[in-house]
Ligand binder design. Sequence first.
Ligand code: UD1
Ligand code: CA
Length: 460
Amino acid sequence: MPMLESSAMSLAVVVLAAGQGKRMHSALPKVLHRLAGRPLLAHVLDAARALKPQQILVVHGHGGAEVRSSFGGEEVEWVEQDRQLGTGHALAQAMPKVARGARVLVLNGDIPLVRAETLQRLVDASRGGLAICTSDLTDATGYGRVVRDARKRVRRIVEHKDATARELRIREWYAGFLAAPAERLGKWLAHVKPANAQKEYYLTDVIALAAKDGVTIAVVEAQDPWEVAGVNSRHELAILERAYQNAQAKKLLEAGVALADLWRVDVRGDLACGRDVQIDVNCVFEGAVRLGDRVRVGPNCVLRNVTVGADTEILAFTQLDEATIGERCRIGPFSRTRPGVTLGDQVHIGNFVEVKASRIGTGSKANHLSYIGDAEVGARVNIGAGTITCNYDGAAKHRTVIEDDSFIGSDATLVAPVTIARGSYIGAGSTISKTTPPGQLTVARAKQVSLPNWKAPKKK
Ligand code: UD1
Ligand code: CA
C-alpha cells in the first residue's frame, strides 16, 4: 500500500459528541453546555467548517434529539451511538457514512477552542498515514499518555486509568484529535477491544495498531494550553470561559478599546468597536454588537445584537436588546430596550424607561420612568416622567404615534391606537384615547375640587 495519499483526497470530519458528560452533573448533554454563550459543539463545528471538509459527521447519543434540534440548520450528518461504549465505538458508528477514499479527522466534541490552523496541520501531517495532536503544556492528569520507544517513535497511547505509575509520569498527552485515511482507520478500529480498566472501546488504541502495521505516527503539537483543554466538569468549563474571555479582552485592548478591567468583560459573540471606545466593568456583549467611535459604555450593561452610533453614551445598568441607536444619544442609567427599537441621533432615554418595538426620532427625550411600546415617536418630542403607552388591550397590541415637537406632560396615559398630532401639548396626568389636534393643549383629567365644609371623620 502506498504511504502517500493524493492531496486531492476528500476530507471527512467526525465529531464525537455522544458522551453523557457524567462529571458535569447536569441533565443537559455535555456538548450543549455553553462557552462564551454558545454550545461547546458550535465552537467545534466552527473549527471543522473552517477546513472546508466534504463531510461533517456528528456522533450523538445521550440527549440526541436535544442536540440535533439545537443545531437544526446545520449542514451536518448525524450518526447515532445508542450505547456509549467508548470513543472507538463512537467513531466506528460513523465510518460507514464516510465517503470512500476520504481522509478522516476525528474531533472530540468537548474540546471547544481548538484552532482550525492546528487541525489543518494535523490533516497535512496525516499524509504519511496517521497523525495525532498532543500537548505537554499543562498537567497530563486524566489524559491519555503518549508512549514512545527508545527511538522516540510513538508506540501507543495509554489512558490515565490504565497507566502504570511510570507511564503516569509521561508529560506528553493525547489532545483528542487525530487524522488518518478512512480505509486504514476502519481496519484498525475493527481490532479495538474493550480490554481495559473502563471496559470501553478506546479510539486511542488505534495508535498501537498503526504502529504495529509499521505506519509512521506523526505528532502535531498544540500551540496554546486552552486550545486543547477538554471540558469534563463545570470547573473546567468555568476556567476555559475565563481563558477565552481574557483572550477576547486582549484582542480588544490591542485594537484600541479602553477596557476598565480586562478581567471583567464578557463577549459572547462578536464585538466590533470604532476608535476610542470606552467600556467600564462587568459589561456583557452578546451576538453582534457594533459600537461607533467614542462610544462609552458604563458599568454593568448588557448589550445584545445592538448597533450604537458614534459619541453615544450608555450609562450604568442599561440593557439593550436588538436595537439600533443613533449618534450622540444618552441612554441610562437603568434603561431597558426590548427588541425592535430604533433611536435617531441625540435621543435621551433615562432611568427606568422601557422601550419596545418603537422608533424614536432625533432629539427626542424620555428621561424618567416611562413605558414606550409599539410607538412611532417623531423628532424633538419630550416625554414626561411616568408616561405610559397603553399598547395592549388584553388581546391585541396597538400603535401610538407621537408626532414631531409634541410635549407629553408627566404621568400621561396614551391609550393606543392613538395619535398625538404635531406640536401637541398634553397636560400632566391626562388619559388620552382620541387623536389630539396639532399645536393645542389637550387635558383629559378630572377637575380639581376642594370641599370647604368637609370634616375629617372622628374615631368613636
Ligand atoms: C479522551 C481520550 C484521551 C485524551 C482526552 C483529551 C479516549 C479513550 N481517551 O479522554 O486519551 O487525552 O480525550 O481530551 O479517547 N464519546 C462518545 N461516545 C462514547 C464516549 C465518548 O461520543 O461512547 C465522546 C464524548 O462525548 C466526548 C469525546 O468522545 O466528546 C471524548 O470522550 P471523553 O469520555 O470525554 O474522553 P476523555 O476521558 O476525555
Ligand atoms: Ca473529555
